[in-house]
Design a binder for this molecule. Sequence first.
Ligand code: ADP
Length: 452
Amino acid sequence: MTLTQKSFATIIARVGALAAVAGLPAGLIGGAAWGLGLAGLVVTLAFMYYAWKLASLHSWLDDPKAATLPDAGGLWGDVLGKLYRHIKQERISQQALSAALDRFQRAAEALPDGALMLDKQNNIVWLNSTAEEHWGISLAHDRMQTVTYFIRYPEFIDYLGARQFGEPLALRTSRKDAGGATKEVSLAVQLVAFGEDQMLLLSRDVSERDRLETMRRDFVANVAHELRTPITVMAGFLETLTNVGAGNPDLLQKSLTHMTAQATRMQRLVEDLLTLSRLEDHAARSVPAPVNVPELVASLVIDAGQLSGGRHQIHTQIAEAWLLGNRDELASAFGNLISNAVRYTPAGGSITITWMVEAGAPLFRVHDTGEGIAPEHIPRLTERFYRVDRGRSQASGGTGLGLAIVKHALIRHDGRLDIQSSRGAEQHGSTFTIHFPAARLCAAQPRLQAVA
Ligand code: ADP
């Protein structure tokens, strides 16, 4: 006998017994009509009792709380108790499920990558905020929309269609930033299968990696280009000498002079490259030591005089202040600014070199009365191999790395380079100023006394 049959039989037996208990004595005393009437009344009351309990159950199911559980004994009490336990169990598992979902969403939210969940039909089920940013999709507005409605790049549509799980796709996308400007973004995208025909679309912003890779490629191409010219020139002279022979002293002399100039150019380039790579090597950072800047600047001024060969007036203003840093790196930075001023200022111009403390902070400044630099070039001057006039830079012995060296030396000294220049105006010329933080100032080292 099933439980249903058993319960049904119990109810019928109980109502039947009650009807018999009431109907039989009444039938014996008052006759069959009384007996049947009373038994019918008992059945009707039982029906009303069960109907009332059913109505209470119905209203309780709308808001099933233990406190409002309809009061009942017997079979009804049993039914209600079982129902209540069932609902409570359901509620506990629902809470556990929503806690697990919440944990999953928080974990997915914390991912540095974009995560977008797709169903079988490529509809967006869920996405984290990184994915919202990568794809310009809003979870609140675009849920259950087809993903290809938002991501329309043909290569993405092919990738999605081919279901190439595990195979990454490199995608160049454009995105509007907070200011409304469009910027190019490189994304590495990967589709991962999970569950029943569900997919996770992972996306990672690799723009910075791509930018560095492009920079590296450009740098190698630039170095090769810079070296190719002197090598070609030298090879040309060597070929001429081989063909003509060393019997022509004039040609020999001319060739040797040119080849020496090209060799010097290559040497300068290699030296600058080595300096730059030393400055970029973060591991090889020296401990800052007090640097006698007045003495350093004075020696650089002597070098500037030699480079100028008397073609410029050189003025100086040197304060007695020392700086915490690395002497060689400071010499590279200051020396490059001074040699640029000499090289880019026509004969007769003047150069002013200043080392001073202004409002408690030290600064090094080189001002020249050269031609000046057009404003559009100024933000790019510290890029490697960036030159305003390539021919002029090379003719004056420039490698195109001087200001890049200055920039990197300053990064290691918490310094900042400021470039002001005016071109074509009556007061033309350029001013390069290096600002150091006040904390870098230090007391002059006392001279060591000879111990008797
Ligand atoms: P370069 O070896 O070519 O001088 P730098 O990195 O030192 O390379 O300078 C980059 C470019 O900035 C130069 O090619 C030149 O065009 C410009 N420049 C730098 N200093 C000056 C200056 N004092 N006056 C005018 N132009 C300058």
